[in-house]
Design a binder for this molecule. Structure first.
Ligand code: GDP
Ligand code: MN
Length: 388
């Protein structure tokens, strides 16, 4: 679950990480009052959307007068913002953050994730802040530093020194203290709130040697939300893909992708393999959809409906290995969905496993038109042919 920048900064503030003073606005007429209570000039006006790369996309503006603040809020609010991460249509900006501008001396990068290869919480630090860390890692990997944390020991002060004293030139003693404090607090937040990501880019050293988090990104591990109930209210469904929201409601694992082959599969592994063979056959999957082992007829119906609602889908592949999910349940679910929404695209079906004969029979006796594939490779060939 992603948090907005202003929500992440609230958490920072409570945890002792310095942030610029700011105020959220949801309507243009609020800006005139807010500019009175926030120090400036300059002021920063920042679009609150879950996508990153706002700076380059025009979603972060600097204003030098109250009039400019209002004009910037007006230019951002309730309009689409296109960044590298939003896709060409962009996302609607529902909220804006007005902040006091910070005089930046140095921009650094700091984040914490769980490193997959060591399975340890990992602090990532770089003196190349303000840029995309992936880019820095690709071009100058020596500038990306890491400290792995043994959770039974916790974050140790020497680890902060390892990272901070690698800065060239070294920062002032005051800034060193500030950086070490931010690092310790990032670890506390990361562990305490079951985060999958805490990122500060840029983490700024000001001309007055103060260390301030100018940007803030927090993602919470959704599997831990049952014990982070007070964070649930920070969820903003407006930021989500409507089809992904619908999938969430029915407990389907669904992720929208960029291609045009809709795929309905049971089991995450099989879903991955199916995406791979679709690509191998030269096409691109429109989604990842794992209906799960114990999917009910209703879940199948909803899953199929979601695929059909996706206007980019030009062909559909149903690839089910019936285990706990029986093939006849799948077939009935598909038919129910097909009754509600007419299928305008070719449908390729590959069924195997429990009750496969019954499942095939149900499909055959229906009015549904579909092609049958014998195996995964043939299924991918068939479905790719429809779009290539
Ligand atoms: P992002 O592009 O979505 O990551 O948005 P950021 O919050 O990181 O802002 C983009 C860039 O705007 C930052 O990298 C900074 O260079 C700049 N910026 C943000 N806030 C301030 C500020 O208060 N003062 C100055 N001078 N620059 C800022
Ligand atoms: Mn940023």
């Amino acid at each position: 679950m992603k948090l907005h920048e202003f929500q992440a900064k609230d958490i920072f503030k409570k945890s002792g990480i310095p942030i610029p003073n700011g105020q959220l606005v949801t309507a243009v007429d609020q800006a005139t009052n807010v500019v009175q209570i926030i120090n400036g000039p300059p002021w920063m006006i920042k679009a609150q959307v879950h996508a990153g790369g706002r700076g380059k996309g025009g979603g972060v503006k600097m204003a030098h007068s109250p009039d400019e603040v209002v004009a910037s809020v007006e230019a951002l609010l309730h309009k689409p913002l296109v960044t590298k991460q939003t896709g060409p249509d962009g996302v609607i900006v529902n909220q804006g953050l007005i902040e006091e501008g910070v005089e930046i001396d140095r921009e650094l990068y700091l984040s914490m994730v769980v490193d997959r290869s060591t399975a340890m919480p990992t602090m990532i630090f770089s003196q190349a802040g303000g840029m995309e860390i992936e880019e820095v890692a690709a071009k100058s990997p020596e500038l990306v530093l890491k400290e792995y944390i043994e959770p039974s020991v916790g974050w140790m002060p020497y680890q902060a020194r390892n990272l901070i004293y690698a800065l060239d030139p070294p920062p002032s003693p005051e800034a060193i203290k500030g950086l070490a404090s931010v690092m310790a607090n990032v670890y506390k937040i990361f562990m305490g709130l079951d985060c999958s990501l805490v990122e500060i880019n840029p983490l700024v050293i000001t001309k007055e040697m103060k260390v301030i988090a100018v940007d803030a990104k927090i993602s919470i591990d959704e599997n831990a939300l049952f014990r982070q109930k007070e964070l649930l209210e920070l969820d903003d469904p407006r930021e989500k893909d409507p089809l992904e929201l619908m999938a969430e409601e029915y407990r389907l694992s669904y992720i929208r992708l960029d291609g045009n082959i809709g795929a309905m599969v049971n089991g995450a592994g099989l879903a991955m393999a199916t995406m791979d063979v679709i690509k191998l056959a030269g096409a691109e999957p429109a989604n990842f959809l794992d209906v799960g082992g114990g999917a009910s007829e209703e879940m199948i119906t909803k899953g199929f409906e979601i695929i059909l609602k996706d206007k980019r889908v030009k062909a559909i592949l149903i690839n089910i290995f019936g285990g706990i999910l029986r093939c006849d349940v799948l077939a009935r679910g598909v038919l129910t969905a097909a009754k509600k929404i007419s299928i305008q695209v070719p449908l390729i079906v590959r069924l195997e496993g429990t009750n496969v004969e019954e499942g095939r029979e149900i499909l055959k006796n229906s009015e549904l038109e579909f092609l049958v594939a014998r195996d995964l490779a043939e299924a991918a060939e068939l479905v790719s042919k429809q779009v290539l």
